[in-house]
Design a protein around this ligand. Structure first.
Ligand code: NAP
Length: 292
């Protein structure tokens, strides 16, 4: 199966492209940054319909895994229109192209579509995004479901484990700060179920191979605050946690207001995809010693 991966140079998208290539003939869609080495690539600007048509013509995929997004919540808050164009309009155009050509589509979304007012949210719980990023990703999900009803939408929690490119996953960023003895101020009142990038790639692989559709939650096996996550990374790596300082959102506000608790109930993925996320300790140990 030939699988086109959009956003294949992204923090998560790069890992998904690299890991799927052990099982499928992956073609990485390249925008400006470099996808993983050794993976075939075609150029793609999702904002340009002619570029999309040309990439699909050249790659001739049987399926698409859609990872491209404007995924920086603060940037989305500052620049909502470009976020809307990529996360909603371009996503709708891609879903339409997949349906027209009969291509399987697996599209990535986020836990930040929820308001975060109760733990372990399920797929059928009502969304209520607090930030522009979550609002555009939710509208993108709705466009995917409307344009390509057979598509699978994977709602991914905060990404842990090994990333791709210049940025770090949540566990890599903590590990790099600990190693450099940089002080870290981490929230006690933002709770997540961090999920290993390799587990996300595994879920994408399973969703490509099964006739499943609709939304799937992909959360890791533990629910914890960013501060608890920092302490856990230090323990797994045998580092001192002396530089980790607990803070609240009120003490250190962010540009885009994140929800308090978007821990995910991932029962549907377990039941219907046979998916099991890797442990947090495995994710921490898989992290890179430094950015690529
Ligand atoms: N990282 C997380 O913690 C996290 C958590 C939950 C969900 N997600 C979701 O997972 C998916 C992948 O996230 P990520 O972390 O890999 O995001 P990322 O690091 O921000 O990467 C975004 C990718 O989109 C590409 N892109 C941007 N504009 C484009 C355009 N006009 N045409 C084609 N490609 C374009 C970028 O390419 P260039 O860099 O070359 O411009 C980059 O490869 C997204 O749907 C995101 O919402 C991520």
């Amino acid at each position: 199966m030939i699988v086109l991966v959009t956003g294949a140079a992204g923090l998560l998208g790069g890992r998904v492209a690299a890991l799927l290539s052990s099982r499928f003939d992956v073609v990485a869609a390249r925008h400006t940054a470099s996808p993983p080495p050794g993976v075939a690539a075609v150029d793609l600007d999702l904002l340009d319909p002619a570029s999309l048509a040309s990439a699909l013509e050249r790659a001739r995929p049987h399926a698409v895994v859609h990872c491209a997004a404007q995924s920086n919540p603060d940037r989305c808050e500052r620049e909502p229109e470009p976020a809307e164009r990529l996360n909603v309009e371009a996503t709708a155009g891609l879903a339409r192209a997949c349906r027209t050509r009969g291509l399987r589509l697996v599209s990535l979304s986020t836990d930040l579509v929820f308001a975060g007012d109760h733990p372990f949210v399920r797929e059928e719980d009502p969304p209520g995004p607090l930030l522009v990023y979550g609002r555009t990703k939710l509208a993108g999900e709705e466009a995917v479901v409307a344009e390509a009803p057979d598509a699978a939408v994977l709602r991914v929690a905060l990404v842990a484990g090994r990333g791709h490119g210049a940025k770090g996953t949540c566990t890599e960023s903590i590990a790099w700060a600990l190693r450099a003895r940089r002080p870290l101020r981490l929230y006690t009142d933002q709770v997540r179920t961090p999920v290993d990038s390799a587990s996300v790639a595994d879920a994408a692989s399973r969703a490509l191979e099964r006739p499943v559709s609709g939304r799937f939650h992909l959360g890791g096996p533990e629910r914890l605050s960013r501060y608890e996550l920092g302490l856990r990374v230090a323990t797994v790596l045998g580092s001192s946690d002396a530089g980790i300082v607990p803070v609240t959102v009120a003490e250190m506000p962010q540009e885009a207001r994140r929800p308090a608790d978007t821990s995910l109930d991932s029962g549907r993925a377990r039941r219907e995809l046979g998916w099991e996320p890797r442990s947090l300790a495995e994710a921490v140990r898989d992290g890179r010693p430094a950015p690529d």
